[in-house]
Design a binder for this molecule. Structure first.
Ligand code: AMP
Length: 211
């Protein structure tokens, strides 16, 4: 079983949902760099103050800062039995830094989703601040101010899920993150997953690729 994984894909591609399912099924340490950064902003830590504006603009946080964050997380005890990186690497230098730091990767799961589907999903995406469930408002008829179907908490829209920021994040994705597909394909690590299906079917395809 492959246990050192990267989930690669565009914003709205389903990385967070699939990483959560994988972490639970295979007891992997789920490292979401976006969540680490958003938590730092909420807690108003030094890191949070540095990245707050970058996140709300939809830009990428500088590589050096991200590499420090990932190194710190990967040295935790719970990473030794396997991990799933959700949102890292996002640039070729970040991927090179993993290798330079001796981090071996077994599989890179690429969630492929057409651009028009991504825009629709990001506009309708809501998150539960309490249990972190990710809800698609369009498919589940959750209205603004709706309640989380899992725990009842009031759902929130991510600050970077506005129309302008969505377009910018997608543009940055295609320019800076998309080249990682070839990077990992050339190294024989990439698995293409059809991300344009319901989450259960995507998960099944991922599990089939890992076992
Ligand atoms: P995500 O939750 O993965 O969509 O990440 C939210 C935001 O966090 C991104 O739009 C970036 O601003 C920042 N971020 C997360 N991971 C990275 C990364 N590996 N490199 C640079 N910025 C990142």
């Amino acid at each position: 079983m492959f246990r050192r994984l990267i989930l690669l894909g565009p914003p709205g591609g389903g990385k967070g949902t699939q990483a959560g399912l994988l972490a639970e099924k295979y007891s992997l340490y789920h490292i979401s760099t976006g969540e680490v950064l958003r938590r730092a902003v909420r807690e108003e830590s030094e890191l949070g103050r540095k990245v707050e504006e970058i996140l709300s603009r939809g830009d990428l946080v500088p590589d050096e800062l991200m590499v420090d964050i990932i190194k710190e997380n990967l040295t935790e005890d719970r990473a030794t039995d396997g991990f799933i990186l959700d949102g890292f690497p996002r640039t070729v230098p970040q991927a090179q830094a993993l290798k330079e730091n001796g981090v071996e990767i077994d599989r890179v799961l690429f969630l492929d989703v057409p651009r028009d589907v991504l825009v629709k999903r990001l506009k309708g995406r809501r998150e539960c601040p309490s249990c972190k469930s990710i809800i698609n408002a369009e498919s589940s008829s959750v209205l603004d101010d709706g309640a989380c179907p899992q725990c009842g908490e009031k759902l929130e829209r991510r600050e970077d899920d506005t129309e302008e920021t969505i377009n910018k994040r997608l543009e940055i994705y295609f320019r800076r993150t998309h080249p990682l597909i070839d990077f990992y394909r050339q190294r024989g690590l990439l698995v293409d997953i059809d991300g344009d299906q319901n989450p259960e079917m995507v998960f099944q395809e991922i599990c089939d690729a890992l076992e």
